[in-house]
Write a protein that binds this ligand. Structure first.
Ligand SMILES: Nc1ncnc2c1ncn2[C@@H]1O[C@H](COP(=O)(O)OP(=O)(O)OP(=O)(O)O)[C@@H](O)[C@H]1O
Ligand SMILES: [Mg+2]
Length: 268
C-alpha cells in the first residue's frame, strides 16, 4: 500500500505543477471557527487547511467535536464565529449559493441513509437528475460507472435492504461521488459495520485517495490512517491539539492527551 501512496504523491505533485491559480488557496480552510451548543463550547478556535488532493484524517475521543466540525464544513451546522472557505469561497449563509457549494462537498456518514424505497441505481442517479438536471440516460451511465468503481454494479436493480452493510456503504460513497464533489467528508463510515465488511469500504476509500480525491475522514481505523492520510489532526475537548504526518502523530505524539488516546486504541 505504501507503494500506492508514493505513486499518489507523485501524481499529485505532477498535477500540482500543471496548475497555477488553483494552488493559491486550500480547497478547505477553517479559520478561528467557534461553535457552542448552548453552554457547551464544542469547537474552540479551529484552524485547518486541506489542499487539493490531500487526505486529512481526524481522530480523537468521543465528544471531542469531530462530527460537529465535519458538519460545519457543509453547513449542516452553523458556526458562531470564524470563517469556512471551500475552494476559496466563504460558505454562504443560505439559499441557492449554499446549495451550490454544498453540492461540491460529498458526505458519507456512519449510517448509510440510502433511500429505502428506491433501487440502488436510483439512489445514485437521483441527485444528478434532480439537482444537476442531468439527462436520465447520462445519469444511468454515470451511476453504473460509479457502482462499478465501488464494486456493486451487479446490485444496481436491488433495493437497499437486500444489500449487506458494507455494500450499502459503498453505494453511499457512489451516491456522494455522483455529484462530482471537490471534496469528500467521511464521518466514521465503517463504525456501524460488521468487522468483515470494514475492509471493503476502506479499500474503496484508499482507492479514491490514490486517484487524487481530496478527503477529510473521521475514523478510528488507524491502519487506514497510516496508509492513506497525508495529515492527521487530533482533537480533544473541541480543540485541535496536534497536527502532523501519520509518522509524527503515531510514533511521536506530543501531548499527554494524544499519548493516552493512542495507548487506548492501539492496544486492542
Ligand atoms: N445537536 C447537538 N446539540 C447539543 N449538543 C450536541 C449536539 N451535537 C453534538 N453535541 C455535543 O457536542 C459535543 C461534540 O459532539 P460530536 O458529535 O461533534 O463529537 P465526536 O467527536 O464526533 O464524538 P464521537 O466520537 O462520539 O462521534 C458532544 O459533547 C456532544 O454531546
Ligand atoms: Mg462523531
Amino acid at each position: 500500500m505504501s507503494e500506492t501512496k508514493e505513486t499518489t504523491m507523485k501524481t499529485r505533485e505532477n498535477s500540482a505543477s500543471g496548475l497555477t491559480v488553483d494552488e493559491n488557496h486550500p480547497l478547505v480552510e477553517l479559520s478561528h471557527v467557534e461553535k457552542h451548543f448552548g453552554k457547551l463550547h464544542v469547537l474552540k478556535d479551529i484552524n485547518l487547511k486541506v489542499n487539493k488532493g490531500e487526505v486529512l484524517v481526524v481522530v480523537g475521543p468521543s465528544g471531542s467535536g469531530k462530527s460537529t466540525m465535519c458538519r460545519t464544513i457543509n453547513r449542516l451546522e452553523t458556526i458562531d464565529s470564524g470563517t469556512i472557505r471551500i475552494d476559496g469561497q466563504p460558505l454562504p449563509q443560505e439559499g441557492k449559493e449554499l446549495a451550490n457549494l454544498r453540492a461540491e462537498v460529498g458526505m458519507v456518514f456512519q449510517q448509510f441513509n440510502l433511500f429505502a424505497n428506491k433501487t440502488i441505481l436510483q439512489n445514485v442517479t437521483l441527485a444528478p437528475v434532480k439537482v444537476r438536471h442531468m439527462d436520465k440516460k447520462d445519469a444511468d451511465d454515470l451511476g453504473m460507472d460509479l457502482l462499478a468503481r465501488v464494486g456493486v454494479e451487479s446490485q444496481a436493480n436491488k433495493m437497499p435492504s437486500q444489500l449487506s452493510g458494507g455494500q450499502q456503504q459503498r453505494v453511499a460513497i457512489a451516491r456522494a461521488l455522483a455529484m462530482q464533489p471537490k471534496i469528500m467528508l467521511f464521518d466514521e463510515p465503517t463504525s456501524a459495520l460488521d468487522p468483515e465488511m470494514v475492509n471493503e469500504v476502506l479499500d474503496v476509500m484508499i482507492k479514491l485517495a490514490s486517484e487524487g480525491m481530496t478527503m477529510i475522514c473521521v475514523t478510528h481505523e488507524m491502519g487506514f490512517a497510516r496508509k492513506a492520510a497525508d495529515h492527521i489532526v487530533f482533537m480533544a475537548d473541541g480543540q485541535i491539539l496536534e497536527k502532523g504526518t501519520p509518522d509524527e502523530f503515531f510514533d511521536h505524539p506530543k501531548t499527554e492527551r494524544a499519548k493516552d488516546f493512542l495507548s487506548k486504541i492501539l492496544t486492542h
